[in-house]
Design a protein around this ligand. Sequence first.
Ligand SMILES: Nc1ncnc2c1ncn2[C@@H]1O[C@H](COP(=O)(O)OP(=O)(O)OP(=O)(O)O)[C@@H](O)[C@H]1O
Ligand SMILES: [Mg+2]
Length: 289
Amino acid sequence: MLSGRYKVERLLGAGGMGVVYQGRDLLHELMGEPDPCIAIKVLNDDLATAKDADALLYSEFALTRHLHHPHVVRPFAFGVDAYRHQAFMTLEFMRGVRLDRLLKAHTAGLPWEQARGMAIALLDAVAHAHEKGVLHGDVKPENVMLTEQGLRLFDFGLGQPVDRVLIGLPQMNRHSLQPWTPRYVAPEVRDGGPLTMQADVYAVARVLYEMVAGRKALADAGDLQSCPVRGASSLRKPEGLPSACWSELRVALMTDIRDRKISARQMLNAYKRASKRRFWRWGQAMVSD
Ligand SMILES: Nc1ncnc2c1ncn2[C@@H]1O[C@H](COP(=O)(O)OP(=O)(O)OP(=O)(O)O)[C@@H](O)[C@H]1O
Ligand SMILES: [Mg+2]
């Protein structure tokens, strides 16, 4: 039990920074809430004892709470249990399948129709975060949940506000906390550079590429384990991906940040336009049949 209100029930997952449990909000339950299920995130043991641990978790909470978007996980509350001296945050409980699990089951990639819907939702979430001045910092399939209510981007644990947004929030140096996930991290961040919107764009682009081309294609383009980050030049247009989307995706996958001249919003628009055009063509074909 945390703060006499949140009942911890079962472990949902543990990552590099946090441990997440399924639980219940007993106050809401008492008031007759039909779905009192919540997720409760705490820092893992290594970090919980670190200096600024509470501020670290609070920063993740504040960044997430700054966003209001159907494709971003909804945070509920931040608290510190006085008895255990433990900071925690509560979030909507997402019932679904993580994108990495889906992609593992489809090693040759997803059909364009399915990938397109997910890509649009993910780009929409990242574009919203960027427009609100929030950098995610760790976009990867493991941080995307596919629920019955749609896709949710979560885990802003490595996130940062851009300058002049959320002033007063402690600035954390997250480089020392966790190695960046090699397959998705932008080359300049891997080399110690700052997190930027363009770094998020690169990570999203790797995820979108993997969605349509499959894990195997990424493995062919660069060894997944040792993971040299290859430029877009070594990647081929995945079959099924409309050319208009590929020309934008290629820019987003550029190794050199100076060549990566595209925003999440611009990619989103390209994906939306491509899908419309396809529907239009299908519509035409059906009418002329
Ligand atoms: N709101 C939620 N509802 C349901 N499950 C969740 C929720 N939040 C997290 N999880 C599960 O817990 C796992 C770990 O959560 P999260 O990614 O936030 O922790 P993390 O330690 O920051 O992860 P990492 O650093 O490895 O990316 C997730 O991969 C997911 O399976
Ligand atoms: Mg995570």
